[in-house]
Design a protein around this ligand. Structure first.
Ligand code: NI
Length: 173
């Protein structure tokens, strides 16, 4: 197991579109495990490969474990693709790559996602509410789409200025 470092906005890697994974190899399985550990350690409920600098269509998510008494319900998905969606829901979302930032997002309330699992087998995951939101958020990452893209220009600028200021402060230490 390796904890991976999480890339932060506005790193340009986060804006890249990731190509599909050709085959679920041992390296991909290792990436899934490392990403899972990194997600739980963060702590977060989802993580996409570009957030750890890997331009691959790979995501992990577990929306249950952080709730009180919640048991782990982990999804490790390769080449996830939304094949059905319905309803609409608004959710205030955060992102492990965009610290101290929340954005209300309009999402589908229910989604059906086709993906390969860790064994390379084709599976279908159905999610609603938080699981649906999280699937959409992580799949967006694979297309270089971030929650901050939906913010107003002013909100985005204020956030970017704050991040730059923090970076400058760190450099002076
Ligand atoms: Ni995110």
């Amino acid at each position: 197991m390796n904890l991976l470092s999480i890339i932060k906005y506005p790193d340009p890697i986060l804006k890249k579109v990731c190509p599909p994974v050709a085959k679920v190899t041992k390296e991909i399985q290792q990436l899934l495990e490392d990403m899972t550990e990194t997600m739980y350690a963060a702590p977060g409920v989802g993580l996409a490969a570009p957030q750890v600098g890997e331009l691959k269509r790979v995501i992990v998510l577990d929306v249950s474990w952080s709730k009180e008494g919640g048991k782990k319900e982990l999804y490790q998905l390769v080449n996830p693709k939304i094949i059905e969606r319905s309803g609409e829901i608004e959710w205030e979302e955060g992102c492990l790559s965009i610290l101290d930032f929340l954005q209300t997002m309009k999402r589908s309330q229910k989604v059906k996602v086709e993906a390969l699992n860790k064994q390379g087998k084709l599976i279908v995951v159905e999610g609603e509410d938080l699981l649906a939101v999280c699937l959409q958020h992580e799949i967006d990452h694979l297309d270089g789409k971030l929650i901050i893209d939906k913010a107003s220009r002013l909100k985005r600028k204020l956030y970017t200025d704050k991040v730059k200021k923090n970076e400058n402060t760190l450099l002076r230490l």
